[in-house]
Design a protein around this ligand. Structure first.
Ligand SMILES: [Mn+2]
Length: 389
């Protein structure tokens, strides 16, 4: 049996205000082409199909067409909600999608109530798939516990509860089928910097589960949430597929965008191949004076989105001149550390709550500021609310 694993499409994501809809159409078409070419029996889509909880009609059109195109290859398609998705919207569309061989799981359910789905392939083989859509820490760590425990205790409480859920969903994993866990969460061992891109600092504070939460009876664990394809060492083959498009400049210099093809049978361990994806623009960060960049123009991918950090004194018209020379420059700024020699940047450890880190940052840059601190707290709260919804 062949499984095709993809995740983190984030359809609707823009880059500094530029639409990426055409790139999403192209790369999702490429994935459907790979599913057809390799005759995938099951396509696993591991969450964050959408970038926001209230996607545009265009984003919905792209995602639902992509799921139908995947199903049209003859594959059974199984999809779960990620933290960026709106579970209620997935719950609403699920009955329609089921009629087209697309099985959508919006929330964690009991095994006998949709929490485990068994699909039969064209050749009559069975795949048993335990579904773990994103579980927010809010749904597990209650306000009372937040007050009573420190962050470490709450993290381990979250991990224990996730393990109990995974145990319940995988209790019937047996040798008569290919057993798969499809989940959207952070698994430790996951390299936060590799996976988190620009938002790595956020990942450090995420709740996570250890790889031991997954049973050795799983033939394959298909994960979504971190954006680069990589394996997590554990009792079973545990993989992140990564996002098909490069989403953030932080991960720009890594182009290993892929889907994973898993060849497996009930009595044969999984063999995993990474199939590279070509569609989608690259992202590049360039640094130097405008003259330096013009000298290097031939080395610069003409299709790539550029973040340009200028190492020269600000002057009127500079940003416009850069954009005229480099039409794909979506982010133009003056290097923040130009006078670094006067204010050497110290590397410090980044442990502590976001509030502590921000207070430390303010202290390093001229003292406290109550209005800024309050604004930071409010933005952080909004961000958490958005992540949780
Ligand atoms: Mn996610």
């Amino acid at each position: 049996m062949k499984l095709l694993h993809t995740a983190d499409w984030h359809v609707g994501r823009t880059i500094r205000g530029h639409s990426r809809a055409d790139e999403h159409r192209a790369v999702l078409g490429e994935i459907a082409g790979l599913a057809a070419e390799h005759e995938a029996d099951v396509v696993l889509v591991a969450g964050d199909q959408f970038d926001t909880a209230a996607p545009s009609a265009e984003a919905e059109q792209i995602v639902y067409s992509a799921l139908l195109d995947l199903a049209r290859t003859g594959a059974q398609v199984v999809v779960i909600a990620g933290n960026h998705d709106n579970p209620r919207r997935w719950g609403a569309i699920a009955p329609l999608l089921t009629r087209s061989d697309v099985h959508a799981a919006a929330t964690v359910r009991r095994p006998d109530d949709g929490g485990v789905v068994t699909v039969t392939t064209r050749d009559g083989e069975a795949a048993r798939i335990a579904l773990v859509p994103f579980l927010s820490q809010r749904s597990i760590v209650k306000a009372e516990q937040l007050m009573a425990h420190d962050a470490g205790a709450n993290t381990s409480h979250y991990a224990e509860r996730c393990k109990l859920i995974i145990d319940a969903l995988t209790a019937d994993f047996a040798g008569d089928a290919v057993n798969v866990v499809l989940a959207h969460l952070t698994v430790t061992g996951a390299d936060a910097v590799r996976g988190g891109g620009e938002r790595a600092a956020h990942t450090i504070f995420d709740y996570f589960v250890p790889p031991q939460a997954f049973p050795s009876t799983a033939h394959y664990v298909a994960l979504g949430h971190l954006h680069l394809p990589h394996r997590i060492a554990g009792p079973a083959p545990i993989w992140y597929a990564g996002s098909p498009l490069v989403l953030d400049f932080g991960e720009a210099e890594r182009d290993d965008k892929a889907v994973l093809l898993v060849d497996v049978a009930p009595d044969t361990p999984a063999r995993i191949a990474q199939l590279p994806l070509q569609a989608g623009r690259r992202l590049r960060t360039l640094r130097g004076t405008l003259d330096d960049l013009l000298d290097r123009r031939d080395e610069i991918d003409p299709e790539a989105y550029l973040r340009i950090v200028l190492d020269e004194r600000p002057r009127i018209g500079l940003a416009r001149a850069v954009r005229e020379e480099f039409p794909h420059a979506v982010d133009v700024s003056i290097a923040a550390d130009r006078d670094a020699s006067r204010h050497p940047v110290e590397r410090r450890d980044v442990h502590g709550s976001p509030h502590d880190l921000f207070a430390r940052y303010l202290a390093d840059h001229g003292g406290t500021d109550d209005a800024l601190t309050a604004l930071f707290a409010r933005l952080l709260e909004e961000e958490h609310a958005a992540d949780a919804s």
